[in-house]
Design a protein around this ligand. Structure first.
Ligand code: NAD
Ligand code: ZN
Ligand code: ZN
Length: 344
């Protein structure tokens, strides 16, 4: 079968032919229907060898959807042809975090060598993929895999971030979204669907800000050194009750902190090396700073239910598997609008 692999540190990913996998006991083989392209893959491919954390070659793709192709020994509750989405942050299934469905915070995954598909285990940008356990599959139940597959990360990650801040986002409040790409353009829609907050979106090009307005941002601001001041103006000097940074670079983390109101939540989701330094007098009174990772299994079920209710409009650009390297180039250049989705 064909698969997109990251094969050598620093090299571009390439489409190669690899053996079609067979499901072992307890595993599920999916025929992949759609796979999303996340900016985290670019961050991973920018790491030096000693920071990679897993061996190469690696089949990329941690947003996956597919139809069940074969069941390993002992798997029940699924039938060939079922259309499913993959819950990606695989955990051990038995620690306290996993027992609560928060496999993204599994306390044993690292020790046991359990890695998400596309981030250590073979991923979804291939004709077929192995899912290690049926609990990591959620039925799509009528959702189109092409527009639903980004919800497994570009939807789930902002959903988890926004859900934690719901108590702060009361009528009259403001939420700021920094970076309106794959995750950010879904975050704006989640904020509009789940809260009465006014949404202010920041990005670096007018094209991205146009998409942000199309998907529901009330106001848009070019992301530069003056952006936090503009957010303060738009909020009568108070700042925002929740700030979500989907870039997480040093300048955006600084903007995020500078946008925050008293008692705000500041959530750094992007992994661009930005940090916030918290201290009395340096940050607004009682502001909380968080850096969450992905989301829980129940939250993925909730995001897909929300999509089924019709309130999410995920923008996708589709590519054939042979063009997947091009999708990564465009994402790296900031030229993808919404999410790039590979159709193997
Ligand atoms: P993306 O490339 O689709 O979107 C990033 C957006 O940020 C683009 O629209 C880009 O124009 C914009 N941007 C770049 N520099 C900016 C700046 N200075 N100010 C404002 N906007 C700017 O990326 P994505 O796939 O949505 O991922 C976003 C970030 O989230 C990445 O860092 C990714 O690695 C990270 N991520 C984190 C988690 C997690 O669990 N914490 C999960 C998924 C992705
Ligand atoms: Zn991701
Ligand atoms: Zn666990």
């Amino acid at each position: 079968m064909q698969a997109l692999q990251y094969r050598a540190v620093g090299a571009a990913p390439e489409v190669v032919t690899v053996p079609r996998p067979e499901p072992g006991p307890g595993q599920v083989l999916l025929k992949v229907t759609a796979a999303g392209v996340c900016h985290s893959d670019i961050a991973v491919m920018s790491r030096p060898a000693e920071a990679l954390g897993f061996p190469l070659p690696l089949t990329l793709g941690h947003e996956g959807a597919g139809t069940v192709a074969a069941l390993g020994d002992g798997v029940t509750g699924l039938a060939p042809g079922d259309s499913v989405a993959v819950y990606g942050p695989w955990g051990c299934g038995t620690c306290l975090m996993c027992a609560q469905g928060k496999e993204n915070y599994c306390t044993r995954a690292a020790d046991l060598g359990i890695r998400p598909p596309g981030l250590g285990a073979p991923g979804a940008i291939a004709e077929y993929m192995i899912v290690d356990d049926p609990r990591h599959l959620v039925p799509l139940d009528g959702l189109d895999p092409v527009t639903a597959v980004p919800l497994t990360d570009a939807g789930l990650t902002p959903y988890h971030a926004v859900k934690t801040s719901l108590p702060k986002l009361t009528p009259g409040s403001t939420a700021v979204v920094i970076g309106t790409g794959g995750l950010g353009h879904v975050a704006i829609q989640l904020l509009r669907a789940l809260t009465p907050a006014r949404v202010i979106a920041l990005d670096v090009t007018e094209e991205k800000l146009t998409l942000a307005r199309e998907v529901g941002a009330h106001e848009t601001v070019l992301s530069d050194a003056a952006a936090a001041g503009r957010v303060r103006e738009l909020t009568g000097g108070l700042g925002a009750q929740a700030v979500f940074d989907f870039v997480g670079a040093p300048p955006t983390a600084a903007t995020a902190a500078a946008c925050a109101a008293v008692e705000a939540d500041v959530t750094l989701v992007g992994i661009g090396g930005g940090t916030a330094s918290v201290g009395f007098g340096a940050t607004p009174f009682d502001a909380a700073f968080r850096a969450p990772y992905w989301g829980s299994r129940p939250e993925l079920i909730e995001v897909l239910d929300l999509a089924r209710s019709g309130v999410l409009d995920v923008h996708v650009e589709t590519y054939a598997l042979e063009d997947a390297p091009k999708a990564y180039e465009l994402l790296h250049a900031g030229r993808v609008h919404g999410r790039a989705v590979i159709l193997p």
